[in-house]
Write a protein that binds this ligand. Structure first.
Ligand code: AMP
Length: 457
């Protein structure tokens, strides 16, 4: 029963009654994007590869809600970061709660880890995700307000080998896509040694204050590390000469970082040290890394980034839990795959096409379609098409091995035609045996292919 809500009413402002506004099609919100069927092969492929590599390294899948309390991100990402201060989709919900669409997922995963007592599971707890994130940023090429990320989080292990293996794994993932990527690494220390470094950084940039962009002038007070990765050319030039965090690590952070690099060397994984790599979020400690890929005209793109965040769980009210993670952008990856002309293997969607001629055949075909599908046969059919020619054309386009043809004569004889799409030969078979006959023919193809492959190799 639908009950009428008498307490609240939703006020919808209707557009004026002018003819013009009625005719204007409603368009996408700025910075949003439809993912059309033609692009889905990229999405399926990326999802599949992310799942495969996650399983190889024992990461388990987690989904968290797209909507969380705003305080979760303010506390973790940092109230003074661009993401929280300028880019979150935040609003007060109907219950008066200040909520935000998630701009990233590490904070949510750590919240879930604490909330579900995962600290009592064997550590590290390794989780991965794939989903949409939201940032009200200035839209530009490859940058959206709703974008997708996949990510890996390893919680509960402080060992530098966790950082190293994550970098190796992520680079291996991009290799699976045929991309030769570059891993850049740095260490930004911890809350014990970083303040001294930040002080030196502030002193250095203060002396150059008049050359800094307006954003960096604010960063000088609020988020000095971010002075190092400003995109403004003049600020970048100044950053070249700035003190480097690795020179001011305390003994523990230094030895942790040296170990990460030794493990990477041991795995024969190429990397480059980037003293200006700081990552934008407050929660990072020690290792910070990014994965870069070559793109169009020698232009390089950051595919994703990550690092260690040993203090985040405690910051969110949990027990101290060292952790390390990575997040990669999906749209950015697709852009790079296209720029590098990477071919995505296309899976055939059907082995069989079912064509029907006339109304009674159409009725019977509907039932046969179900029979074949339940028999585990990948089938497609053009119920809205009349005539054999357009249906055979569609069958060829799909690349099916056989087309089943059901016409008036076959209905009367209780038979069906099986057309071999490779040589055009047709055979009449007993309707009752059609599933069996199709399976027999399909298995012949598969076995034939296997024999051919073995002989070839
Ligand atoms: P971040 O969470 O900012 O470290 O971003 C990690 C990766 O996500 C980036 O390297 C991009 O590939 C991707 N990414 C971040 N923001 C956006 C955005 N607004 N639109 C598209 N991709 C994004």
């Amino acid at each position: 029963m639908i009950r009428k809500n008498t307490k609240t009413s939703v006020v919808t402002r209707l557009p004026g009654k002018s003819k013009k506004s009625e005719e204007e099609p409603i368009q996408l919100l700025k910075g949003m994007k439809d993912i059309l069927p033609a692009d889905q092969i990229y999405w399926d492929y990326i999802r599949q590869k992310v799942k495969e590599i996650s399983q190889n390294y024992c990461f388990r899948y987690i989904d968290t809600p797209v909507l969380e309390k705003t305080s979760l991100f303010a506390k973790s990402v940092g109230a003074d970061t661009d993401i929280v201060a300028k880019e979150m989709f935040s609003f007060i919900d109907r219950g008066g709660e200040n909520v935000s669409l998630r701009p990233e997922n590490t904070a949510s995963v750590v919240r879930a880890y604490i909330e579900h007592g995962m600290i009592s599971e064997p550590q590290p707890v390794k989780l991965y995700y794939f989903g949409p994130f939201f940032r009200h940023d200035r839209p530009q090429a490859g940058r959206y307000r709703q974008f997708y990320q996949f990510g890996f989080e390893s919680l509960g292990d402080a060992s530098p080998i966790v950082d190293a293996q994550l970098i190796v794994m992520v680079r291996g993932l991009y290799e699976e896509f045929g991309l030769e990527t570059e891993a850049q690494v740095n260490s930004i220390g911890c809350p014990i040694c970083r303040p001294e470094y930040e002080k030196l950084l502030i002193d250095y940039f203060k002396s150059k204050r008049r050359f800094l962009c307006e954003d960096c002038k604010k960063r000088l007070v609020k988020n000095p590390l971010r002075l190092l990765d400003c995109k403004n050319e003049e600020c970048q030039e100044l950053a070249q000469e700035a003190p480097q965090s690795v020179d001011y690590l305390d003994d523990e952070c230094r030895s942790h970082f040296v170990k990460v690099l030794e493990y990477l060397d041991g795995a024969e994984m190429p990397y480059s040290l980037n003293p200006r790599l700081v990552r934008g979020l407050d929660y990072y400690t020690r290792t910070a890394f990014e994965i870069w890929a070559p793109g169009k005209g020698g232009h390089h793109n950051a595919l994703g980034g990550g690092g260690r965040y040993d203090n985040l769980a405690r910051l969110l009210g949990g027990r101290p839990t060292p952790a390390c993670g990575f997040a990669g952008g999906v749209e950015r990856l697709i852009m790079v795959l296209k720029e590098n002309n990477v071919q995505i293997p296309q899976e055939k969607i059907a082995d069989i096409y079912l064509a029907q001629l006339g109304e009674s055949a159409r009725k019977k075909a509907l039932k046969l379609y179900e029979l074949l599908r339940r028999g585990g046969i990948r089938i497609s059919g053009g119920f809205s098409k009349d005539g054999l020619k357009p249906q055979l054309a569609e069958a060829s386009k799909l690349g099916v091995a056989y087309t089943l043809i059901l016409g008036q004569k076959e209905i009367l004889d209780n038979t069906i035609l099986i057309r071999d799409m490779e040589n055009g030969s047709q055979e009449v078979v007993d309707y009752k045996k059609v599933v069996e006959e199709v399976k027999k023919r399909l298995s012949r193809i598969t076995n034939g292919l296997t024999v051919k492959k073995i002989n070839e190799s």
